[in-house]
Design a protein around this ligand. Structure first.
Ligand code: HEC
Ligand code: HEC
Ligand code: HEC
Ligand code: HEC
Length: 251
């Protein structure tokens, strides 16, 4: 089942045509570009200098080739495990002709997740009195750059949003999790979706925060600090890909 997407070619499996090297390559050129002895192209198949037979592939030209692997469900599931294709297809991006490859390129590297999300900090005031009334803030997240839900792809990926108040001494810091954008699945088949807090295309999420500095905290310059970092299941938080700060003056 896994091999259908991760090693899609017949030559990648034990049998007459087995090729051990090709097998290790996973999703390789031929996965998308070779069928029945023809090299598939998105262009007209009329390049006389090509040293191999060519065939025009409408699926390469309009990106339907991506759907074969970036959409996955099974019987009994309530929602697809991978829904990158279907969310894009139902979106205004698809309608406007902004295809997968328009953003990703046909062979591009993974995009920077910072490109997917806009973060706006709205802090009520930049001056705080120790032991005084709480400081209120709104942190607004919007999916402004991704052609599907954010974070995309497998349910093992999530994005941690944290808020910290850091003192200039570099030692004193109060940090808390604001939210986790991602999915939680049941641990048994058919892996029903328990929660889904990803940001849909264009979706805005406003997080309200309120906090106070106790009387015994140090005065001076503090920083109101919001970060977003990727969490892949089983791994520790990675370095933040969004890191925004506002200076606070504390009396
Ligand atoms: C995941 C699918 C996929 C894989 C894997 C892939 N390609 Fe492509 N490739 C595409 C798509 C889609 C296009 C067409 C993009 C466009 O022009 O809109 C393309 C375009 C091309 C083109 C330009 C000619 C054309 O058909 O438009 C060449 C040359 C090419 N690929 C070579 C390669 C080589 C060499 C590899 C392996 C190193 C590779 N590709 C791997 C999907 C793939
Ligand atoms: C044959 C199955 C298959 C097809 C077809 C396919 N992909 Fe993928 N794609 C994968 C797999 C599997 C991965 C996970 C990483 C890997 O194995 O390279 C992946 C990873 C990716 C990533 C993440 C890249 C990274 O480095 O982490 C992007 C972006 C992507 N694919 C876009 C596309 C687009 C756009 C198309 C259509 C042009 C496409 N894929 C077609 C199977 C496929
Ligand atoms: C409007 C631009 C845009 C379009 C259209 C788009 N993407 Fe993306 N995609 C992004 C951005 C930005 C990210 C980075 C955010 C993230 O990692 O979740 C991303 C992330 C991804 C990832 C996760 C990469 C990883 O590191 O695991 C995959 C897979 C992917 N896209 C596949 C697709 C496919 C397939 C399509 C078409 C159905 C598509 N994308 C259409 C912008 C786009
Ligand atoms: C329908 C196609 C498909 C099938 C079937 C499939 N995968 Fe994947 N897999 C993908 C794609 C596409 C990605 C890239 C994740 C993304 O979208 O960011 C991926 C990513 C992964 C990753 C990297 C996880 C991550 O979040 O980066 C692992 C590990 C993996 N697959 C294992 C498996 C195993 C094990 C199976 C069989 C139980 C399997 N896959 C079946 C398409 C598939």
């Amino acid at each position: 089942m896994c091999a259908a997407c991760h090693q899609p070619l017949e030559e990648q499996h034990p049998g007459e045509s087995f090729d051990a090297g090709l097998s290790l390559e996973g999703v390789t050129c031929a996965s998308c570009h070779v069928r029945d002895g023809f090299v598939l192209t998105a262009r007209a198949a009329d390049a006389p200098a090509a040293p191999h037979p060519l065939a025009h592939s409408p699926a390469l030209a309009d990106d339907t080739v991506c759907a074969a692997c970036h959409q996955l469900t099974w019987s009994g599931a309530d929602r697809p495990l991978y829904d990158t294709w279907s969310t894009w297809q139902a979106s205004a991006y698809a309608e406007a002709g902004v295809s997968c490859t328009a953003c990703h390129g046909s062979h591009g590297p993974a995009l920077d997740p910072a490109q997917a999300v806009s973060v706006l900090l709205d802090v009520e005031r930049l001056e705080v009195r120790r032991g005084g009334p709480p400081l209120r803030a709104k942190i607004t997240l919007q999916n402004t750059g991704s052609g599907h839900a954010f974070p995309a792809g497998s349910p093992f990926r999530a994005v941690q949003v944290r808020l910290a108040l850091d003192h200039e001494d570099g030692v004193t810091s109060a940090s808390e999790s604001l939210t986790l954008l991602g999915r939680e699945l049941a641990t048994e088949a058919p892996w029903l979706t328990q929660t889904d807090s990803r940001l849909g295309i264009g979706e805005t999420r406003v997080l309200d925060w309120e906090g106070a500095l106790p009387l015994d905290s140090p005065s001076g310059n503090w920083v109101f600090h919001v970060t977003l970092s990727e969490v892949v299941s089983g791994s520790a938080d990675a370095a933040p890909f969004v890191d925004q700060r506002l200076p606070l003056r504390v009396d």
